[in-house]
Design a protein around this ligand. Structure first.
Ligand SMILES: Cc1cc2nc3c(=O)[nH]c(=O)nc-3n(C[C@H](O)[C@H](O)[C@H](O)COP(=O)(O)OP(=O)(O)OC[C@H]3O[C@@H](n4cnc5c(N)ncnc54)[C@H](O)[C@@H]3O)c2cc1C
Length: 471
């Protein structure tokens, strides 16, 4: 595609600003329209997740645009899950047996600001704030905007429009309401919502609890998590049903009930959160959902990317990483030198959609894993064995978590199929008593066990293929 093409990007969030930067680097004329004020000038973090788990797929995209060194200082490594039980006892469960495999906590605002700064350094990239897209005329490749400052409405024209306007995408709504082509769309909410809270820095500016972990208080029906910030604070998120169970968002309506709920379930967290009640009643409660749709593109005119195409629940820490990976994968397709946008969009969607569908399903699985399974004996035994495999035979084994999080050169779907088959193989063998405790194993027994797991995994993958579960 020749470079003088005019590209319109709707939404300057994480995906839109990275896409603008990459297309700017490639020489396209890029105009970005963002509904909110410039986050570098106005604090607009309220209600959105303040920090995010950032891992290898995201890092790969950041490397593509040459920002690795600028992003590094924004990252706090998290080596594992710090599990907190009801009594306040803690246990660090590493994410991997390989020391170089860890995830990072990063500030959404700082990362977004950096991407905007870098995109704007390109003369061919223009970013406009306070401009809300109301609808997209995908047949004519135009979009209707409202300027929030002047209230004026106007139409923008482009050669191709990319909607990176998040889970509530205006362009996706235009596809749906337009009824001009067979547009499939599903939106599934969890019965649980989330609320952000905080652990403030200690008086000396340090961290009140262990810094380099993702803290989890998993309680089967609900859970609390905490990720560190650079200023010594933690952003804490409560995931809780809206209306089920003894305690839910609908019935936590008084200060006394909130304190009772926390002192019964998250005693040690409560001690770190004297600000709990204020946070609880000041911060919004938001829903969590999965959006799947297809096609993402209309001919060669328009394309959905990031959450606009595939919003997922946050339990694998992969929504942003997947949205960044969209840009890496799209860039690869651009490199193939196709003659027109229609072919580019088709090739991209065909290779990408199966992977974003897979991470959407994995993210739901991980919701159950984090709330409860992490506390079950068989699950812990499986994780200990996987850690031992990864540590002792680093080139021979990757758990499902590692495949998804640290193996950026395989797709999410491949990671899901292999990871689920491995889980099934190990859990079956544990249930049948075929595996002894990892603590009693010599290296030779461990090696034999690994071989058995691999054989059983291949058999499961073959069965899945025959059953048509694996294409
Ligand atoms: C509680 C929570 C925790 C999360 N944790 C993680 C995590 O740990 N790791 C991870 O990888 N991901 C995580 N995610 C997911 C991550 O936030 C998203 O996947 C990511 O933000 C998607 O980027 P995006 O640019 O596609 O969408 P967004 O970040 O939503 O950006 C969309 C942009 O478009 C703008 N916009 C919207 N509508 C319009 C319009 N009509 N006109 C113009 N502009 C518009 C918005 O203002 C926004 O700037 C989490 C999400 C939530 C809710």
């Amino acid at each position: 595609m020749h470079k003088q093409q005019n590209i319109l990007i709707i939404g300057a969030g994480l995906c839109g600003s990275l896409l603008a930067l990459r297309l700017g680097q490639r020489g396209y004329n890029v105009t970005v329209m963002e509904m909110r004020p410039d986050l570098r000038k106005v604090d607009i973090s309220a209600g959105r997740s303040i920090n995010l788990a950032f891992s290898d797929r995201g890092i790969k995209a950041i490397k593509l645009v040459g920002l690795e060194e600028l992003v590094k200082p924004l990252c706090i490594p998290m080596n594992g899950r710090m599990l907190h039980d009801l009594e306040g006892n803690t246990m660090l469960a590493p994410y991997s047996g390989r020391e170089h495999e860890y995830i990072n906590s990063i500030s959404r605002g700082q990362l977004n600001a950096l991407l905007l700064d870098e995109a704007e350094k390109h003369e061919n990239v223009k970013i406009h704030f306070n401009q809300k897209c109301k609808s997209v005329d995908f047949e004519n490749t135009t979009a209707l905007f409202k300027d929030y400052i002047t209230s004026a409405e106007f139409v923008e024209d482009a050669d191709a429009i990319f909607a990176t306007d998040g889970a509530g995408s205006a362009m996706r709504q235009s596809y749906y309401l337009g009824k001009k082509f067979l547009f499939s769309f599903s939106q599934n909410y969890l019965t649980h919502g989330y609320k952000e809270l905080s652990i403030l820095p200690a008086e000396n500016g340090g961290y009140k609890t262990y810094k380099n972990a993702l803290h989890i208080w998993g309680r089967e029906a609900f859970m609390l998590i905490a990720l560190p910030n650079l200023d010594g604070s933690f952003t804490v998120t409560l995931f809780l049903s809206f209306d089920e169970g003894e305690y839910n968002f609908n019935n936590l309506t008084t200060k006394e009930r909130v304190l009772e709920f926390f002192s019964k379930n998250f005693k040690d967290a409560l001690e770190l959160m004297p600000n709990l009640v204020d946070d609880f009643f000041e911060n919004p409660t938001s829903p969590l959902g999965t959006v799947k749709c297809s096609p993402w593109h209309y001919k060669g005119n328009t394309l959905l990317m990031g959450d606009a195409a595939h919003a997922i629940v946050p339990f694998y820490g992969q929504g942003m990483n997947a949205s960044f990976e969209d840009v890496t994968e799209f860039d690869k397709v651009l490199d193939q030198g196709h003659p027109d946008w229609e072919t580019i969009f088709e090739v991209y969607e065909k290779s990408r959609k199966k992977d974003t569908d897979a991470i959407a399903d994995l993210a739901i699985d991980n919701f159950h894993e984090m709330k409860g399974h992490v506390n079950h004996a068989n699950f812990r035994e499986k994780r200990s064995l996987e850690m031992a495999f990864e540590k002792t035979f680093p080139n021979d084994y990757s758990s499902k978590y590692s495949l998804v999080t640290f193996n950026e050169n395989i797709g999410y779907r491949e990671a899901m199929l292999r990871g689920r088959a491995q889980d099934k193989a190990i859990l079956n063998m544990l249930a049948d008593g075929d595996i002894s405790s990892v603590n009693d194993m010599t290296n030779e027994t461990l090696k034999n066990t690994l071989e058995k797991v691999k054989t059983a995994t291949e058999a499961i993958l073959e069965d899945d293929q025959i059953a048509g579960l694996k294409k």
